[in-house]
Each structure stands twice: as C-alpha cells, then as structure tokens.
Design a protein around this ligand. Structure first.
Ligand code: KG4
Ligand code: ZN
Length: 340
C-alpha cells in the first residue's frame, strides 16, 4: 500500500510517499523559517499563503523522486489537526481535491499521532506497548501506547511545553527564531552549574511537569545580571547550558518514572525537542541502566514532516472518508482517536 502524506499544520510544508512494503520512498520539507524570522514567530496568514505556494510543486517533486504516478497511490493522508486553522486548510483542501480527482481514499491524521508513530520510520522499530514522551513546541506529554489509536495520557505539563520554554528562553537571551535549536547550539559552549536554575516539579512524585517557572527564573537571572551591564557571551552560554540541563533533568526523571509506573520496557521519544542531543544522550544512558530500551526518530523526523503523516495514513487508510466532505481540527485531543 502506497500513501502520500501532507503536513501543513504550522510553518513547514512536508510531503512524503510511504509504502508499507518498501518503506519511505521519498520525502521533502520546505521550512518557512526565513519567512517568519523577522517577526520573531510564526505569522499564521503568511504560513497559509506559503503552504499554498509550495505544496503542489513539492507533491510533484516527491512523486517523481518516489517513482510513483499519483494515479498509482492507494490513498492520501493529511494533517487534520491540531494546528493553525488556515494552514491546516491548505493541506486538507489539496489532499481532498487530489483524492476527488483521482478517485482515491483520503484520511485526516492527528499531528501528534504522526509524531508518536514517527519512531516506526526508523530501524529497529519499537513494538507495542511502549511509553511515549512527546515533546514539541506545543506539547510535553507522556502516553501509554498500547497500539495505533490506543493512547492513554499519563503525564502532561501544567503550563508551557518544553519546546515553548526553549523558544521563550532563547528570545530572552537574544537568540534568533527558531529559538530551540539556537539555544541548544549555544548550550554546547556553556557550562551547566555555573548559574543555578530550578528543576520544576522534579520531585512532585507524579508525571506532571511545569516549564513556565523555569523561563521566569531565566528572566529574573538575566535582569539581575544585566543591572551590572550587558550579558557577555560566556554568561549567556552558561545560562543556556544550565537551562538545557534543567529541562533534560526533568524530562528524564519523568520519563523514567513513567516507565516504572507502567511497567513498560520501551520508551519512545518524539517531537521537536526529541532532536535535542543532550536529551537523547541522557535518555539512552538512563534507560539502558534501567534495563529498558529507548527509540528515537531520525533527527529529520523529530520536527514536523510529511513522512510521519504518510506512515500514520497507511495505518489508518481503512478509516478514510469517501463522502468528499472534510474537516480540520485546530484543537483536537489525541485520546479521542479510535483504535486503528
Ligand atoms: O514537533 P515540532 O517540529 O513542532 C510542533 O509540533 O510543535 O517541535 C518544534 C519545537 C520548537 O519549540 C523547537 O524549538 C523545538 O521543537 N526544538 C528543539 C530542538 N530542535 C527543535 N528544542 C531543543 N533542542 C533542539 N535541538
Ligand atoms: Zn509537530
């Protein structure tokens, strides 16, 4: 079965073709970073317009690279939500128009399900059940995953997501958008522990998280230091390293606690923050020490992409609509999905 996947929920246009027998045949990504950089964040209307410009040429390129005629596809999958309504509508409209023109089934995919299943694009593939740590710009959650569509939320953030904390802290340190990767890069040259930041809720005894206090702690620290003159590059790098270490400490402690609580022997990490090198190394060590296994998507599939949508689409094609109607869901709870 061969499925075209289309991702347009935010600021990346992602397209891929996934084949259930041969694996991922082709994928392309167009990032809108340059478009939004001067505004310091994603401008929804600009995002939608850019998806309109990019999507059809990307689909043509991906089909050519996959050696697939659109007429030979078995189905089309698009991100139905959550995300920016206007941006989602571009992918939904193109997917459904293509499906209508070609007489192919079209299925709407939950963006977070795409992230959760993205480690299945890599080898070795994790078997179900597993615990998933989903850490993106909008979410910091822990799930027990019994199978496709069988998700139980067991941990969540009370306020900001981990990626959001990275982005906001990067802005405080004067780093360019997108902040997360820039902050992680700066942290490499800094020394954790030179300044001290809190590890919010690390000892709360449950699986809840909170990251907004950490950002406020950085703000307070920066203000205090700036009273004595502008921050030098070394201090900024030290703050970045301590901030990254604090987030990694909390995520790692919660993920290990989730494994203990659920009795699972596999941890899957997904979402943009899953690209963080320090988090990956630390989890590999800690999970191995516990006698369990940890699975990550390849770096390119941690952040938004079309491949994870094509993969999830292949698993859910049986649930495709055939009445030509379609929806987008800017807000959508992952737990409300049916089992596949
Ligand atoms: O999954 P994703 O592409 O989009 C959402 O669905 O939100 O995640 C984007 C988030 C951003 O907050 C970004 O700053 C963060 O992932 N991110 C990182 C790194 N790469 C991306 N955070 C920390 N370290 C990284 N290397
Ligand atoms: Zn995402």
């Amino acid at each position: 079965m061969r499925v075209l996947g289309i991702e347009t929920s935010c600021d990346e246009t992602g397209v891929a073709v996934y084949d259930t027998a041969a694996g991922l045949l082709a994928h392309r990504l167009h990032s809108q970073v340059d478009l939004h950089a001067r505004y310091g964040g994603v401008v929804p209307e600009l995002a939608s317009r850019d998806h309109v410009r990019r999507l059809i040429p990307l689909i043509e390129e991906v089909a050519a690279e996959a050696g697939t005629r659109l007429a030979d596809l078995d189905g089309i999958a698009y991100t139905e939500g959550p995300g920016l309504a206007g941006a989602l509508l571009v992918g939904a409209s193109v997917a459904n128009a293509l499906g209508f023109a070609l007489g192919k089934p079209v299925v709407g995919i939950h963006h977070l399900e795409g992230h959760l299943l993205s480690p299945l694009l890599a080898e070795p593939r994790p078997d179900f059940p597993f615990v998933a740590l989903l850490v993106s710009g909008g979410h910091s959650q822990l799930y027990e995953v019994a199978g496709v569509g069988r998700y139980t939320l067991i941990g969540d953030t009370l306020d900001d997501a981990a990626g959001e904390a990275f982005d906001k802290t990067a802005t405080l340190l004067g780093l360019p958008y997108p902040g997360g990767p820039a902050l992680a890069k700066l942290a490499e040259s800094g020394r954790a522990g030179v300044v001290t930041l809190p590890r919010p809720m690390i000892d709360s005894g449950d699986l809840m998280m909170s990251f907004s206090g950490l950002k406020t702690a950085v703000l307070t620290l920066v203000r205090k230091r700036e009273a004595g003159g502008a921050l030098d590059a070394r201090t900024k790098a030290d703050i970045a390293a301590e901030f990254e270490q604090a987030v990694v400490d909390v995520l790692c402690a919660k993920a290990i606690r989730a494994l203990d609580r659920s009795g699972a022997s596999r941890l899957v990490v997904a979402g943009g923050v899953g690209a963080n090198r320090s988090l990956r190394e630390r989890l590999k060590r800690e999970v191995a020490r516990r006698g369990a296994e940890v699975y990550f998507p390849d770096l390119v599939f941690c952040t938004d992409n079309g491949a994870m949508i094509a993969l999830a689409g292949a698993m859910r094609l049986a649930q495709a609509r055939s009445d030509g109607a379609f929806t987008v869901r800017p807000r959508w709870a992952l737990e409300s999905l049916p089992a596949a």
